[in-house]
Structure formats: C-alpha cells, structure tokens
Design a protein around this ligand. Structure first.
Ligand SMILES: NC(=O)c1ccc[n+]([C@@H]2O[C@H](COP(=O)([O-])OP(=O)(O)OC[C@H]3O[C@@H](n4cnc5c(N)ncnc54)[C@H](OP(=O)(O)O)[C@@H]3O)[C@@H](O)[C@H]2O)c1
Length: 259
C-alpha cells in the first residue's frame, strides 16, 4: 500500500471516460491524465474528441480518442475489443454520459423514455459488463458512474432522468456487491448544479441561474473542474476500501431544508 500523495497517482492506469469531449467528463479526463493515467476520451463527435485529446496532450498528459455511441451495445463491444488490442488492459471506467429530456409526464412518449433510459441507465450496465471482463483477470478495477442529485431528489417535469439516475445509483450498489470479490470497486458521483456548456442557457436565465445558486450552501454554481478531485480520488488507491458509495458533489444543495 502506497502512502501520502502517491496513493492518489493514476500512473500506468488505462482509463475510459465516456462523454468526455466537453463538460464534467472532459474535466475528469484532464485531471486523470494529470494524475498519470492514459485517458481514452469517448463521445460521438470525432472532431470534438480530437480537440479534447489535443488539449490534454498539450498539458503533458497521455490521451487518445474513441468515438462510439454508449447506447449502442454492439458499438460498445467493438470499442472495448479495440481497447483490449491497443492497451491490453482497462483499469478505470468512468461512465459519465447522461442526457436529459425535461417534459411533463403527459408529453413524454414511451419512445422518449426508452431512449433516455438506454443512454443514462442501460449504457451504465453495458459498459460495466464489458469493463469487468478486462478488470477481473487482473483482480483490480474501478468503475465510477456519474449519477445526479436528481436521483434521490425529484422535481416535476424530469421523470425519465430522475428514474434513470435513481436506477444508476442502485446499479452502482449491485455491481459493487457482485464484483467486490474480484477486487473491483464501483462507486458513483452525484453532481449538483455545475456551470457546464450544457447549462449555459439555464445559468443566463434570471429565473433559474441565481435561484439555483441560492439553493446551494456555497451560494454559487459549481465550476466544472470542481468535479475532478472526487473522480481522481475514487479511481485511486486512496479509495481502495470504498465501494457502493454515492459521493455527492453539490455545494451543499442536498443537505439543506431551505436556501
Ligand atoms: N452539468 C451538471 O450540472 C450536471 C448535474 C448533475 C449530473 N450531471 C451528470 O454528469 C454527467 C456529465 O454532464 P455534462 O453536463 O458535463 O454533460 P454534457 O456536456 O451534456 O455531455 C457530455 C458529452 O456526452 C456526449 N454524449 C451524449 N450522448 C452520448 C452517447 N450516446 N454516446 C457517447 N457520448 C455521448 C456528448 O458528446 P457527443 O455529442 O460528441 O456525443 C457530450 O459532449 C451526465 O451524466 C449528467 O447527467 C451533470
């Protein structure tokens, strides 16, 4: 067992971060590369991925791109076979992709719900199933699922996302129990309100931006890079006895009765 700051190192680790071309996934990929890992950056837009890889490499990190749709199990299987051929190992999976479809239940079609659940929940299962095949023989692995405070905390007009993220919390615990005996830890990170590109319009809206900031104990939106420390920690040796845990990173939103 390493001690001190060395236990946070990700040197020699091969790490896949899905949805890492921008937003929280990019910040996680960048921080994990800075901690010494080789980061495989996923998304569907190859141009965006190349730009993300170039930024990480320019900072002195190791990174490569893997464009595939996480909601397509066949594409996921092909991508993992390629990771096996190129790297011979996968040590850390960050299952970060998440999409939203904010509509009242009466406006949500079954197809809308299925599409969202496929991306936000079923993909977590598909990716983990592939990842553990590479982790189990080495008896070491880390899986980190990006859930949300919208898993345990519900609000109207967001039923499909809330159901998917709540399911992903539960899947995290189920995988932790099943793969713990193989040396694999499975945890989740539940972000609160982060000032990502996707949320730009919400932050600019005077009815949403400032009230959401007030809804946190710290009275501000999170900066995207503020998610990264939790992810590096959970991926590292420092978190070796933590599994099945949902680590909330929300500036105190979910611990308050009132703003
Ligand atoms: N931002 C927040 O405040 C917040 C709060 C709570 C939870 N979260 C969760 O944190 C995670 C990251 O959020 P974010 O706001 O940083 O994400 P984002 O910027 O909206 O999305 C990140 C990337 O995901 C990729 N993506 C979308 N669908 C995909 C698919 N089917 N296959 C592969 N890649 C796909 C997109 O790239 P391409 O277009 O190239 O595919 C996009 O660049 C999500 O799970 C989200 O639910 C975020």
């Amino acid at each position: 067992m390493t001690a001190g700051l060395a236990q946070f190192s990700l040197a020699d680790k091969v790490i896949l971060v899905t949805g890492a071309g921008r937003g929280l996934g990019f910040e996680i990929a960048r921080a994990m590369a800075a901690a010494g890992g080789h980061v495989i950056v996923n998304g569907r837009d190859a141009g965006r991925l190349d730009a993300a890889v170039a930024r990480i490499v320019a900072d002195g990190g190791q990174a490569s791109a893997a464009a595939f749709d996480v909601s397509n199990p066949a594409a996921v299987a092909v991508a993992f076979a390629e990771i096996g051929r190129r790297h011979g190992q996968l040590d850390v999976l960050v299952s970060n992709v998440g999409v939203r479809d904010r509509k009242p239940v009466s406006d949500l079609s079954i197809e809308d719900v299925r599409r969202l659940i496929d991306t936000d929940l079923v993909a977590g299962f598909t990716l983990a199933r592939e990842a553990v095949q590479m982790m189990t023989p080495r008896r070491w692995g880390r899986i980190i699922n990006m859930t949300s405070i919208a898993g345990p905390l519900a609000r109207g007009g967001d039923a499909a996302y809330t159901a998917a993220k709540g399911g992903l919390d539960a899947l995290t615990r189920a995988l932790a129990v099943e793969f713990g005996p193989h040396g694999i830890t499975v945890n989740a990170i539940a972000p609160g309100f982060f000032a990502t590109e996707t949320n730009t319009a919400m932050i600019a809206d005077p009815d949403i931006g400032p009230p959401y900031a007030q809804r946190t104990a710290l009275k501000r939106w999170g900066r995207p890079e503020e998610i990264a420390g939790a992810a590096v920690f959970l991926a590292s040796e420092a978190a070796s006895f933590i599994t099945g845990h949902v680590l909330t990173v929300d500036g105190g939103t979910s611990i308050m009765f009132f703003p």
